[in-house]
Design a protein around this ligand. Structure first.
Ligand code: GCU
Length: 663
């Protein structure tokens, strides 16, 4: 028995007999074979989730009518409310429920939504829900290597690969596809953005038959594959002497290779590319720019409707720590903004949410709003690399909400740009072979939430958490209430013990778990605190590295002024003395001490709250989470003591409240 294997699509939700009767008489208003799969998913869902058998009946007797706008528009009121591509409308009238998709995917999403609303007891009477996804490309990026190991994976090995080859259980892949489709994800990359020797050949005849099989398994669920490619493929696969994007031989090679790929996978979404980044090959090697590189691939993909998702994680990873002129957070903007307007229409630049690298607290990247003539994707990390590695609990929903609600002033929030400048959202996957998929069972909320936000970025963490806990843990309000509370407290707690005032990178180098204040201080990664006995942080204003000038003028001013700079980011933007007073009168040093103690107390309180649920949840699930809280407590204490002692030793100033700080 897998604890939480069924994630947010569990069995045996309670439902009234009358609603079961409605659900069990259904009709598919279509002759289209393509839609029969939707009906199958409906039948399966009703059986598994509510224990009712569905009869396919004539239209007149049907409780539930399924179809697309083409054949089923008549079931909806003619009021002009029409879902857009991949959207749906769920409409209840006199005991009949119509689920009408704008297209096949829309119908599938509408069916899952209906079932999930019913499972939460949330389908309103006279329901009329009309939704269209906010962005076209809702992508999950696996960082799976063909060895089976997952880069930054904390939930076991890959469900796709092993020993430098494909290795998968088809049933598990299908279950995964359903999980993703149920939250609206429509694009999937199964191989790491770092494309090593073996993975380079995924787009060659050696592996295409197996990749095509994976594509076949995901296709019915409306999910298309995107492959991470190696920019040096023309040399590595093709034996060419160069991979220069302006070389005709290279261009032809990509055209021919792309033709081959599409013979195997006619609906491939396209390529995902990490180029000139952390030693991956790229156009800079040939004195070309990123538009040259991306556009070459875009031209090859164009005839098939494919796209290039080109990552902006480009920075100098061989920096000299002595050089204070270079400031890594500036890099994405400096590399890409001058190229605005030069990218082909089927290129999407994929930008990490912050200018560094998925830290616990960073400002939002200044690229949003700065590249008005380029399609952009917001990339977030669902896998918890810097946020507890699925040992510590950390619901990322509040972090993502801060990103989405950031007002760029260029104009509007990041969420406002969805559908116009931002046409895609990508998440780095957090799943593996673990029984519950995500290692820490409650880390499922991050995958669930990623899908829901890429569909509708206006959803709040509270709404998403409420949905998730009701779906995953059933209807006992004590259980769902407590788990929701724990989830809501988890990110603030994690931030508290790890990352005061926007100070980043105080982690163990390499694996990024646990405290190591100066672990990255004298390295080449561009990640410094520059703490002395008097001051800490980096001046990123115009007077310093100039990073703030990459924002709209209003935000430059906002961040540059220590009075208006959001305090959570104060030491990201400024270099300040420990005695600097925050708005509530506390010094920076005292704030550092206080938050460390508070974060650790919160970890204890969350663990204690979980303990009160011991008799209310399945023992295997209870134990799995309790065990992780044990590790989290150790980690939180380590963070508290290491960071406190570090700053105490630098300042010689004691905690005002006299708590234990090791000397
Ligand atoms: C981080 C992470 C790497 C990853 C990189 C990326 O730096 O630690 O493992 O390859 O991001 O996003 O490409």
């Amino acid at each position: 028995s897998y604890a939480l294997y069924d994630t947010w699509l569990q069995r045996g939700y309670t439902l009234s007999e009358s609603m079961k009767t409605v659900l069990s008489q259904a009709v598919l208003l279509s002759e289209d074979q393509q839609l029969e799969f939707c009906m199958k998913e409906y039948i399966r869902g009703v059986r598994r989730m509510f224990g009712a058998e569905v009869q396919q009946v004539p239209k007149e007797q049907a409780g539930v009518l399924l179809g697309t706008l083409e054949q089923a528009a008549k079931c909806l009121p003619q009021d002009g409310k029409t879902p857009g591509a991949e959207g749906f409308r769920i409409y209840e009238n006199g005991g009949h429920i119509a689920v009408v998709g704008a297209d096949r995917s829309g119908l599938l999403y509408g069916i899952y939504r209906l079932l999930m609303l019913l499972a939460q007891g949330k389908l309103p009477e006279n329901a009329d829900i009309c939704e269209t996804p906010a962005v076209q490309v809702r992508a999950l990026n696996h960082w799976d290597n063909m060895s089976g190991q997952i880069e930054r994976g904390y939930a076991g090995e890959s469900i796709f690969f092993k020993d430098e080859d494909f290795c998968f259980e088809e049933q598990r892949v299908v279950d995964y596809a359903r999980m993703l489709a149920s939250v609206g994800i429509n694009t999937l990359t199964i191989n790491n953005v770092n494309v090593h020797q073996t993975e380079t050949f995924l787009i060659s005849e050696r592996f295409l038959p197996k990749l095509a099989r994976i594509a076949d398994l995901f296709r019915p669920f409306g999910i298309r594959l995107l492959v991470s490619i190696n920019f040096a493929s023309p040399m590595r696969i093709g034996g060419l002497a160069t991979s220069d994007p302006l070389d005709e031989g290279v261009q032809h090679w990509w055209e021919r290779q792309t033709e081959l790929i599409y013979r195997w996978i006619p609906d491939l979404c396209g390529f995902l590319v990490k180029a000139d980044s952390e030693h991956e090959p790229g156009p800079y090697q040939y004195g070309r720019n990123h538009a040259d590189g991306a556009n070459m691939l875009a031209r090859a993909l164009k005839p098939y409707g494919g796209i290039v998702m080109w990552r902006c994680f480009v920075y100098d990873c061989a920096q000299d720590w002595r050089n204070q002129k270079i400031d890594r957070p500036r890099a994405a903007y400096d590399n890409f903004v001058p190229l605005d307007g030069q990218f082909a229409d089927n290129v999407i630049l994929q930008v990490k949410n912050g200018p560094y690298d998925f830290q616990v607290r960073e400002p939002v990247t200044p690229l949003f709003g700065a590249m008005k003539q380029t399609h952009l994707a917001l990339e977030v990390q669902v896998t918890q690399e810097y946020t507890g590695q699925q040992r510590d609990l950390c619901s990322l929903l509040p972090l993502w909400q801060d990103v989405l609600q950031f007002d760029t002033k260029r104009p509007g929030t990041v969420a406002d740009m969805f559908g116009s400048q931002i046409t895609a959202m990508a998440g780095v996957a957090n799943i593996g072979k673990s029984e519950c998929w995500t290692g820490h069972p409650l880390a499922q909320v991050n995958l669930y939430g990623f899908g829901r936000l890429s569909w509708n970025p206006a959803l709040t963490p509270e709404e998403i958490t409420d949905e998730y806990v009701k779906l995953a843990f059933g209807s006992d309000p004590e259980v769902t209430g407590k788990i929701a509370d724990i989830l809501q407290r988890s990110y603030p707690a994690y931030e508290d013990y790890t990352s005061p005032l926007g100070l980043c990178w105080m982690v163990n180098p390499g694996y990024h778990y646990g405290p190591n204040v100066e672990g990255y201080e004298y390295t080449r990664w561009g990640t410094y605190l520059r703490a002395t006995c008097r001051e800490v942080g980096i001046d990123r204003t115009a007077a310093g590295t100039g990073y703030t000038t990459q924002y709209a003028p209003e935000n430059d001013t906002l961040f540059s002024n220590t009075d208006t700079c959001p305090e959570k980011l104060l030491l990201f933007f400024h270099r300040l003395p420990y005695s600097y007073k925050l708005h509530d009168g506390r010094t920076i040093l005292q704030y550092i001490y206080d938050t460390r103690f508070h974060g650790e107390e919160e970890a204890e309180a969350m663990a204690a709250e979980w303990d009160t649920l011991k008799d209310k949840i399945a023992p295997s699930l209870y134990e799995a989470v309790a065990e992780r809280f044990g590790m989290q407590l150790e980690n939180a204490r380590e963070w508290r003591d290491v960071v406190n002692t570090y700053f105490y030793r630098h300042t010689g100033i004691a905690d005002e409240k006299g708590r234990k700080i090791y000397k």
